[in-house]
Design a binder for this molecule. Structure first.
Ligand code: C2O
Ligand code: CU
Length: 468
């Protein structure tokens, strides 16, 4: 590992040129009729110390004014009820990423609800039937709203708390900041959209540029890692920690896997039980493995040894009640991903029904297509019957990776006749072809899109319809 740089990462990564637009602060609306016992989540402008203090604070949009937003924590089977209050100057919603809930609570603007106008409110109310690590974020103009800071963790605890010494939630965010530490507002940048997306120049963990927590040798830490970046794929490693991957995208693995390093695409999560092996006076690290070196993302300075030193390998976390698909007579579908720079896509259809050339598509802010269609239309990718077993072959015909996310369900990758771990987001590398399967047991209209939010904005967005 390269020595941790003396200069903050903000310096190491360099600055992106560009002017930050001033934010329009909406007048605070009067909230008539709020129920006394309702708890609000306010989406609003705020500021955060994301970089060393000599650079000043960054203007952000944030839930309850904090980066990350208020931690939501409940037990499996409990209800969550929150009133979204929109104090932004543009419409928004909240999507509860990875939660298998009723369609009306999914927060997909234009599909499951109308976006909440500035000054408006919306009551979200659902039961968390699966334990695990989830998160929440806007689902309207997501590229800008998530990039400006709107995201938070949603933790659903197992009925029985696993035996760990600490439970740490690490939301990793990628910011594109100018030399005044302000968010660069080039959200319509077609070059980014047609390539790898909006890659920033500053990573934070829980909004901190130098996350550090004291630990003891022999402690078992539960690290709940959430990639909230708009477009950046993270490759994470560890030093001074010996770990097991316990869950992916909230869902426990049947058999914990030794943790070496792991790729986390935007929106993906990993729960890792990490045993501190670093000795007193040393520092353990969660690292980001990058092209130009390995850098500390989170530091765990070790003061002393805990009383118990060696732990047996962890037992699997209890599984969640997700039905396994039967592969034999499952319905088979294809999802072909096309477009982007260095791709071969010649034309695609847009929502108005017109077929356009790549050049015309770019003129309309579109660079990608799913099954020949760029952007949301009123036609779903598929209409399924409730309870149907489905297999979808994902074909990435582009030169870029994509993080395909299905709402309302978790799916499993099919390899031969075996089913992989449950996931809600799958990272598809360029030219890859993979198959997923799931039971379409949750009725409603569910988005299926690339979670690289630049790609989503530029056309990689569709949906499936499951009849009730
Ligand atoms: Cu994390 Cu369509 O969402
Ligand atoms: Cu993509």
């Amino acid at each position: 590992m390269s020595a941790k740089p003396d200069l903050p990462r903000f310096n190491r990564r360099g600055f992106v040129a560009g002017a930050a637009a001033g934010l329009l602060l909406p007048a605070l609306p009067r909230m008539a009729g709020a129920q006394a016992n309702d708890v609000a989540i306010e989406a609003k402008p705020a500021s955060a110390q994301l970089v060393p203090s000599e650079y000043g604070r960054t203007d952000v949009w944030a839930y309850d004014g904090a980066v990350p937003g208020t931690l939501l924590r409940l037990r499996q089977g409990e209800r969550l009820r929150r009133v979204l209050v929109n104090r932004l100057d543009q419409p928004t919603t909240i999507h509860w990423h990875g939660i298998r809930l009723e369609n009306a609570m999914d927060g997909a603007a234009g599909l499951t609800q109308e976006a909440v106008a500035p000054g408006g409110r919306f009551i979200y109310d659902f039961t968390a039937k699966d334990a695990g690590t989830y998160w929440y974020h806007p689902h309207r103009n997501s590229l800008e709203q998530v990039s400006r800071g709107l995201s938070g963790a949603l933790i659903v605890e197992e009925a029985e708390t696993p035996d760990v010494d600490d439970d740490l939630i690490l939301l990793i965010q990628d910011w594109r900041l100018d030399s005044d530490a302000q968010i660069v507002s080039d959200f319509a940048n077609m070059h980014d959209m047609a390539h790898a997306g909006r890659i920033g120049n500053h990573l934070t963990v829980n909004g901190e540029q130098a996350y550090a927590r004291p630990a003891k040798t022999g402690q078992r830490l539960r690290l709940r890692i959430i990639n909230t970046a708009s477009d950046r794929i993270l490759r994470l490693g560890a030093q001074g920690l010996a770990g097991h991957v316990m869950a992916l995208d909230g869902m426990p693995l049947g058999q914990p896997e030794p943790f070496g390093d792991i790729m986390l695409a935007p929106a993906q999560r990993a729960d890792i039980f990490a045993d501190v092996t670093a000795g007193a006076g040393e520092t353990a690290h969660l690292t980001s493995i990058e092209r130009d070196g390995t850098f500390s993302l989170a530091a765990f300075p070790v003061e002393s040894a805990a009383s118990s030193t060696v732990r047996p390998a962890p037992k699997a976390l209890p599984s969640n009640p997700v039905a396994a698909p039967r592969l034999d007579d499952a319905r088979k579908l294809d999802l072909v991903m096309e477009g982007g720079a260095m791709g071969r896509m010649a034309t695609a259809r847009m929502a108005d029904g017109e077929t356009r050339s790549m050049r015309e598509l770019i003129g309309h802010g579109m660079a990608w297509a799913l099954n020949g269609t760029a952007g949301m239309t009123d036609q779903p990718l598929a209409r399924l019957a409730r309870g149907e077993d489905v297999r979808i072959r994902l074909v990435n015909q582009t030169a870029w990776p994509h993080a395909m996310h299905l709402h309302g369900h978790h799916f499993q990758e099919v390899t031969g006749e075996t089913l992989g771990p449950l996931r809600d987001t799958i990272l598809m590398m360029p030219q890859e072809e993979r198959e997923i399967a799931f039971v379409a047991d949750n009725p409603g209209k569910w988005m299926f899109h690339c979670h690289m939010l630049s790609h989503q904005a530029a056309g990689m967005m569709s949906w499936i319809d499951i009849s009730g």
